[in-house]
Design a protein around this ligand. Structure first.
Ligand SMILES: C[S@@+](CC[C@H](N)C(=O)[O-])C[C@H]1O[C@@H](n2cnc3c(N)ncnc32)[C@H](O)[C@@H]1O
Length: 300
């Protein structure tokens, strides 16, 4: 694992950070690439506090030992990461991006793959949180199942670090906040009532698989091969530059030569990687492999 960028506490108006909290921050960075700047240490302190209460641990020093040297260390790090990585998401979060996928990117990929013996599309939702993003992708592609995707198999691999989010994703039950962007057509076609909430129906759940994957775990990352598209939206915000570079390098290796990488609305690879070329799509951007001038627009 990468070493933390700074092990030195930086003083703030509230006084210097507690040294044991800084050690915990650095341990989280080593394991998951997630970096808490000094301005976020109070939040981290709260999250550790929840776990310490659960474990009946009194001091940060003792809690650091739980994370590093006691037999529970692996389980406790997973539990702490569950507290830290609660991700905001919803169905159809970035509509122009999804429209571009359907109208431009999928036709392009299918054209390139028309000579391939296997008619298979593999899409990875990396940092899928509670599952709204991969299910959205599945529904969108189901809308194309009778036309451009006729006779094609679609696989959607959805991964996250947070076990609680993944359990939610597998149950596929969502409240009004998550489903606020659904059109009546999608609501009626791909969901059924589940108490006061909605559950994704079996057709839209088929071919979507969830698993725990740490984007900072190099060994796991090398297993995610042969992707036609990777969605890693609103995830890189957790990482510092060094962690971002490692993750993006893996995405480069995991994408097929014609593959597309999608990031969140306000994210870019500027200063992170020069291995990708920015592509401007109507209302959205994506990245493809290759250096040089971007298609249809200026580089960022
Ligand atoms: C804001 S959510 C994004 C959800 C979805 N992609 C979207 O855009 O709506 C960010 C997700 O990144 C996940 N995440 C953060 N660090 C991670 C890591 N090292 N490995 C895997 N997932 C991570 C969090 O658990 C969280 O679910």
């Amino acid at each position: 694992m990468t070493s933390a960028p700074s092990l030195q506490p930086v003083s703030s108006t509230a006084g210097p950070p507690e040294p044991d909290l800084v050690r915990i921050r650095d341990q989280i960075y080593r394991v998951a690439g997630i970096f808490h700047p000094d301005t976020k240490l109070r939040l981290l302190r709260d999250r550790c506090g929840r776990r310490m209460k659960e474990l009946k641990v009194q001091t940060l020093r003792e809690y650091f030992e739980c994370l590093t040297s006691r037999p529970i260390r692996q389980a406790e790090m997973i539990a702490l990461l569950n507290e830290i990585t609660v991700g905001e998401t919803c169905f159809f979060r970035n509509q122009p991006q999804l429209e571009a996928l359907r109208r431009i990117v999928i036709p392009n990929i299918l054209q390139v793959k028309s000579t391939f013996p296997l008619r298979r599309l593999r899409i990875w939702s990396a940092g899928c949180s509670t599952g709204e993003e991969p299910y959205t992708l599945r529904m969108l592609l189901l809308e194309e199942a009778a036309s451009q995707l006729k006779d094609w198999t679609v696989e959607i691999l959805a991964t996250d670090l947070n076990e609680r989010s993944l359990a939610h994703a597998t149950a596929a039950v969502y409240d009004n906040h998550s489903t606020r962007n659904l059109t009546p057509l999608y609501r009626q076609k791909y969901f059924h009532p589940f108490g006061a909430q909605l559950q994704v129906n079996p057709a839209a759940r088929a071919h979507v698989s969830f698993s725990r994957l740490n984007l900072s775990d190099d060994a796991s990352m090398t297993l995610m091969k042969s992707m036609d598209a990777i969605f890693c939206c609103n995830v890189l915000i957790y990482f510092d530059l060094a962690s971002k570079r490692r993750v993006i390098r893996h995405f480069f290796n995991n994408l097929l030569p014609h593959g597309y990488l999608f990031l969140g609305h306000s994210e870019s690879l500027y200063g992170v990687s020069e291995d990708f070329r920015l592509v401007h799509l109507p209302g959205a951007t994506a990245y493809v492999k290759g250096k040089g001038a971007p298609e249809g627009g200026k580089a960022i």
